[in-house]
Design a protein around this ligand. Structure first.
Ligand SMILES: [Zn+2]
Ligand SMILES: [Zn+2]
Length: 173
């Protein structure tokens, strides 16, 4: 409880625009709550040109379609689908991405040649890494389970009414 409360406080103090990865209200940080894809799987992916490739053996969790202003601004897309895995279960297997700080605590990686954004990491959750679903070789293998930061979404973006929506980061599942 103390940790969660502190997170909420520190994130609410974060400067605008509201950012992907600021999942303050989540109380369950364990990936085990994922019921449908609880089996560890090897997932592979990479950038559009093939210069950077990655692999993860982790169980996907926090699958979301993020409408935050930073995801939009750094990709040029209306929203970005992400999933998380334990950082220890993720590695780049070919090439090395370029990185930039998208916020004070957040770092994004992308291919320096073709520009595909690949990962998001934040110092707030150092044991996990977020991966863009559509950089997977099979983007159909991980589907968003909710829609986050819809408070920042562009007005013409249509939400999927089959999925829960959150104004900010998702709260407990
Ligand atoms: Zn985002
Ligand atoms: Zn590339």
């Amino acid at each position: 409880m103390g940790t969660a409360a502190r997170r909420i406080k520190s994130e609410s103090a974060a400067r605008k625009p509201q950012q992907h990865g600021a999942r303050a209200a989540r109380t369950n940080r364990q990936p085990a709550h994922n019921e449908t894809t609880a089996m560890p799987t090897t997932l592979t992916g990479g950038c559009f040109c093939g210069q950077v490739r990655y692999e993860t053996t982790g169980v996907p969790f926090h699958e979301t379609s993020c409408h935050c202003a930073i995801c939009r601004g750094t990709t040029g897309a209306a929203s970005v689908a992400w999933f998380s895995v334990e950082r220890s279960q993720f590695r780049f297997i070919t090439g090395e991405p370029a990185r930039f700080k998208s916020t004070r605590r957040g770092t994004r990686s992308f291919c320096a040649n073709c520009g595909t954004q690949l990962t998001f990491e934040t110092e707030d959750f150092p044991s996990e890494v977020d991966i863009t679903v559509c950089s997977l070789d099979d983007p159909d293998s991980v589907a968003p389970k909710d829609q986050t930061w819809i408070s920042s979404k562009v007005r013409w973006a249509v939400l999927d009414n089959r999925l829960p929506s959150f104004r900010g980061g998702a709260s407990g599942r």
